[in-house]
Design a protein around this ligand. Structure first.
Ligand code: SAM
Length: 184
């Protein structure tokens, strides 16, 4: 069994976009408590590897093809860079990062966008050419601009709202397929 119900969102996204293949290296941003990391680990198998990163720790223990690291994605913590180095370039970077919600809609949206922009920066640096990038965003008036910023770097960009994402939730996933490299 999985550490969280959010695993269903990733399962749906994988079913729709065929994100995973055995042997891949995957970077999972905002990974605690770990359900996405677990699922990714199963999908890439023993020949693959998943690095899960979260500012929070997890009590969950993972099999050998998974590394979980407690770190802030905004930090350039040496242990984060060290963990990413041997696995780069990643075949797939997935972000389910979400800010602590404040109850103030605009603040939550802005904080979510910042996490997305950071995830995109990491993708530009650490994603393999041809690789895929998926990122959760709290939808707002800025979502289109963010998607447009991704566009030159990927073959295809899609919005995805999983059935398992509560309908009142403003979260959607942007699925960016076929990375063209940091020069676009
Ligand atoms: N995908 C996870 C799972 O299935 O278990 C659930 C992720 S949860 C919805 C969002 C996560 O983003 C939280 O655990 C939060 O700590 C993390 N997060 C928020 N800001 C972060 C940051 N700056 N660096 C790393 N993780 C962050």
């Amino acid at each position: 069994n999985y550490a969280a119900r959010s695993v269903y969102k990733l399962k749906e996204m994988d079913k729709r976009f065929k994100l995973f293949k055995p042997g891949q290296t995957v970077l999972d941003l905002g990974a605690a408590p770990g359900s996405w990391t677990q699922f990714a680990g199963e999908r890439v198998g023993k020949t693959g590897h998943v690095l899960g990163v979260d500012i929070q720790e997890t009590k969950h223990s993972f099999p050998e093809n998974i590394t979980f690291l407690q770190a802030d994605v905004f930090s350039d913590a040496p242990e984060l860079l060290e963990a990413m180095e041997p696995l780069r370039p990643f075949d797939l970077i997935i972000s389910d990062m979400a800010p602590k919600t404040t109850g103030i809609k605009f603040a939550d949206q802005a904080n979510s966008l910042e996490l997305c922009e950071r995830a995109f920066e990491v993708a530009l640096k650490y994603l393999k050419t041809g690789g895929h990038f998926t990122v959760k965003i709290f939808e707002s008036g800025d979502t289109k601009d963010f998607r447009d910023a991704l566009r030159p770097y990927f073959g295809k960009i899609k919005n995805f709202k999983p059935y398992s994402s509560r309908s009142e939730s403003k979260e959607i996933f942007i699925v960016a397929l076929g990375f063209k490299g940091a020069d676009g």
